[in-house]
Design a protein around this ligand. Structure first.
Ligand code: ARG
Length: 460
């Protein structure tokens, strides 16, 4: 016989290495609060349906609350020989309150218990993550409003394309984060369903009332099939998919910050507190935070693939494989939350170098499309305008002149249709102001978009 909680049918103790190999307590102890929350709801329900007496229920609930306090005070002795968070807490409960503690697991299995714990835990983490996304979005809106009319080059192929406003550029990030938020809100609906009551796989013979635990735990719905309830982890995969997309967005954002803080671009200033130096090169100020976030996107993609592979081909119902769901999920949550937090702290502190941005937009013939559009308005077909302006740009490259720096005579050399009013369209302001429609870069549109987007954030 053994001292294990399942030792009854065993004739020798489990091998010491196997005990360590199969244990999960080192990482799943993180679920302690939700495990206790689930157990309290389960005990309350068992009492309501007459399986536990009032005094048994009270002893269990008081005992669990004291255990929670012990854990939070750092006084709980986690034992690897007790495998996981669930059996550690149950064993401690029995040690504290005696035989009644052994009744808690009536009508329940660790299989529905752990599935419930993870969902309770993830639901809470999603809410924290949503809060960080909103904080970052709100920082972007403030910056966009402040810099609605600041002009910078817009790029395609990382080559100067057309002038855009810095506010407009920042609002592109807002949009991506908004979709990330929508995805997480939608994912949360499927996280928020209760497997408790599925027991090991087939349900239980006790007269349980799942609606009672569902209500106590604040779940939106009860899982409809016990085999599915204990075994699927698609909700965790779905979270990782949403997290991977959000990290992909943050990695693009990071890349731009890294470029923009380089001496070659010099578009923005990142306060020192978000950077570190070099141990050898005294002049260095490195954009570590965005670099690290860019790098961390990789591990979240990895966790998504890891969980998909973990679940692939698993037969119904619970398999021990599922114990491997926790570390990737925990790390995906931590990585996304911390990356968002770093960005939410950092973005309100970045400062555009307005003159540098403007100068960069002025170079690179960014108003060439505006000149072509001008000629279209003078009655020339677009394809011909394109060619005319192409010649002008070639001349500009050879002579080192931007379009706006050429004289009217020089410009008329490319087309007789060009008149003095051309210089309005060749200015950077003229170019951005002209793109004045929903989703366009005009400062007026940026301000409208800021208002529209503010209404999407909670508390507005
Ligand atoms: N530690 C386990 C897990 O994380 C709990 C469920 C174990 N159930 C079992 N029958 N071995 O998946």
């Amino acid at each position: 016989t053994t001292n294990q909680s399942w030792g009854g049918r065993f004739s020798e103790p489990v091998d010491a290495f196997v005990a360590r190999f199969t244990a999960s307590v080192d990482f799943d102890k993180r679920l302690y609060k939700h495990d206790i929350q689930g157990s309290i709801a389960h005990a309350s329900m068992l009492c309501k349906v007459g399986v536990l007496t009032d005094s048994e229920r009270d002893a269990i609930i008081d005992g669990l609350r004291e255990i929670q306090a012990e854990i939070e005070a750092g006084q709980f002795d986690w034992r690897v020989d007790l495998e996981d968070v669930h059996m550690n807490i149950e064993a401690r409960l029995t040690a504290r309150i005696g035989i009644t503690g052994k009744k808690l697991h009536t009508g329940r299995s660790r299989n529905d218990q752990v599935a419930t714990d993870i969902r309770l835990w993830l639901r809470e983490e999603i809410d924290i993550i949503l809060g960080e996304i909103e904080r970052l979005q709100s920082g972007l809106l403030d910056q966009a409003e402040r810099h609605a009319a600041v002009i910078m080059p817009g790029f395609t192929h990382l080559q100067t394309a057309q002038p855009v406003t810095f506010g407009h550029h920042l609002l592109a990030w807002f949009e991506m984060l908004q979709r990330d938020r929508e995805r997480l809100i939608d994912c949360r609906k499927r996280v928020n369903r209760m497997p408790l009551g599925s027991a090991a796989l087939a349900g239980t013979t006790y007269p349980i009332e799942r609606s009672i635990t569902c209500e106590l735990l604040g779940f939106e719905a009860i899982s409809g099939n016990s085999l599915d309830g204990v075994s699927d982890r698609d909700f965790a995969i779905e979270f990782c998919a949403a997290a991977a997309l959000a990290m992909m967005h943050l990695s693009r954002f990071s890349e731009e910050l890294v470029l923009w803080t380089s001496a070659q671009f010099n578009f923005i200033e990142l306060p020192d507190r978000f950077c570190t130096g070099s141990s050898i090169m005294p002049q260095k100020k490195n954009p570590d935070v965005p670099e690290l976030v860019r790098g961390k996107s990789g591990r979240v993609y990895g966790h998504l693939m890891g969980l998909l592979t973990l679940m692939k081909s698993q037969p119904l119902a619970y398999n021990k494989d599922n114990q491997e769901d926790k570390e990737p999920l925990f790390d995906a949550v931590d990585t996304l939350r911390d990356s968002l937090r770093a960005f939410a702290d950092m973005i309100p502190a970045i400062k555009p170098r307005v003159e540098v941005m403007r100068e960069a937009a002025r170079r690179g013939f960014s108003t060439a499309t505006d000149l072509a559009d001008y000629l279209v308005r003078k009655g020339i077909p677009f394809r011909d305008c394109h060619e005319i302006v192409g010649h002008a740009v070639k001349y500009g490259v050879d002579s080192g002149k931007d379009l706006a720096e050429m004289s009217l005579e020089e410009l008329r050399g490319f087309s007789e249709q060009i008149e003095a009013d051309v210089f309005e369209v060749l200015t950077l302001e003229g170019s951005v102001n002209a793109r004045n429609h929903i989703g366009g870069t005009a400062p007026a549109q940026v301000l409208t978009a800021v208002q529209r987007n503010r209404a999407l954030l909670p508390g507005n």
